[in-house]
Ligand binder design. Structure first.
Ligand SMILES: [Fe+2]
Length: 406
């Protein structure tokens, strides 16, 4: 289906579902919430007292769970503070640490560590490395490795056990922290984007799926910003015994698969990426909007600053139209490109979450989707660190050299 500003962006829907907080004590509310995803009020919340009327509303997951929780990392449970308001983002100069990094990865992958490919083109899994102990050279090589492999899962990490500020300090090496305009975050750490789903039952999930065929929603994070995220981190606290995998599609390979005439035509085009629908979706459900929404035009084909690879840069979450094309043309071309990306199982990777896993992806050259495929009520709880990178840029189309047979 062609994207449309009237259409509910699936990215927003999944984000809301993931942070949906439903107590098992409130099954009626739970069903209602799945039908119209939003953050849930505390079931026992009293009417605000007169004196507290002017205080900003703060919803806390821990209170929604009755003041006690079996979450393994309660310090990472989300809060939603309606008093948090941030000014528009200012441009900043991004330093791309993957550029010029040592391609032997000797500081990132020392002797004894192991790396294996998840699929030939996309994704790797690493064991025997402790990210939190990396030197600056190791971090530079991390940015390069992730740019090359698009997504890398690091197992057995101590990241979740670090003080929250230390985890942020680590991520801040790779770019300026993005504060998400509509997500929940740990109190006093708005830079941490929390992904959280808890307490769903089979009937709630049935209710959700009644109007949708699938929870799959390919997107790159917050591409409506002028400087979109680059090397991005997601780490796990709780996950269902099975299910809740995250899938990644390789946008470099999606570009490579196109015919040369189409590649050449797409170069020079720009697309509109909008955050307005996400903000409105949150407002409509009494969610937070911490920064006024923006939209930006980005090249349809962007070049990675470290590898020089070209990638398709459109996603169903936020890309609304192609600049300069008439509506039917724009809708048709976007629909083709988004369908092409979504069906490319031969350039995608599926990451299964194990305890103590940190997944690092390059948000410039991938799209991803969560998989809401479990209905056991088990908690899925993760935190994202989202360093912003350069303003997307493109380099000219280069025709492949003609191979002449001897
Ligand atoms: Fe995402």
């Amino acid at each position: 289906m062609a994207p449309s500003v009237q259409q509910l962006p699936e990215d927003i829907l999944v984000a809301s579902i993931e942070k949906l907080a439903i107590t098992k004590e409130a099954p009626t509310a739970a069903v209602k919430e799945v039908e119209v995803p939003k953050e849930v009020e505390a079931p026992n919340a009293e009417a605000p007292k007169e004196a507290a009327k002017d205080a900003p509303k703060v919803k806390r997951q821990i209170e929604i769970e009755g003041g006690k929780t079996d979450a393994k990392y309660p310090q990472y449970l989300p809060t939603w503070n309606h008093g948090q308001k941030y000014p528009p983002l200012e441009p900043f100069t991004h330093v791309e640490h993957g550029k010029g990094a040592d391609p032997t990865f000797k500081d990132l992958l020392p002797e004894g560590s192991k790396i294996k490919k998840l699929t030939p083109s996309t994704g790797s899994e690493v064991t025997g490395v402790q990210l939190s102990k990396l030197t600056a050279a190791g971090k530079d090589q991390l940015a390069l490795l992730v740019a090359q492999r698009k997504v890398v899962a690091f197992r057995d990490q101590d990241f979740a056990d670090l003080p929250l500020q230390e985890a942020l300090d680590f991520g801040g090496y790779f770019g300026r922290h993005h504060i998400h305009p509509t997500s929940g975050s740990p109190e006093d750490f708005p830079e941490l984007h929390i992904v959280h789903r808890y307490g769903a039952t089979g009937s709630e999930f049935d209710s959700f799926l009644a109007n949708r065929n699938s929870s799959v929603s390919w997107h790159s994070d917050v591409t409506y910003e002028l400087q979109t995220p680059g090397t991005t981190f997601l780490y796990i606290f709780d996950s269902p015994e099975t299910g809740g995998d995250t899938l990644f599609a390789n946008q470099v390979e999606a570009y490579n698969r196109l015919s040369e005439p189409l590649k050449e035509r797409l170069h020079g085009l720009k697309a509109v990426h909008s955050g307005f629908e996400q903000a409105q979706f949150s407002r409509d459900r009494d969610g937070v909007v911490r920064r006024e929404p923006v939209k930006h035009e980005h090249p349809l084909i962007r070049t990675h600053p470290a590898t020089g690879e070209k990638a398709l840069f459109v996603n169903s979450g936020f890309t609304r139209s192609i600049v300069g094309l008439k509506k039917e043309e724009s809708d048709a071309l976007l629909a083709f490109l988004l369908n092409h990306i979504g069906r490319g199982v031969d350039y995608q990777a599926r990451v299964s979450w194990e305890p103590k896993t940190v997944v690092v992806w390059d948000n410039r050259i991938t799209v991803h989707t969560a998989t809401a495929d479990w209905s056991t009520g088990e908690r899925r709880h993760l935190a994202r660190i989202t360093p912003q990178a350069e303003i997307p840029f493109e380099t000219p189309y280069v025709k492949p050299e003609t191979v002449t047979k001897a």
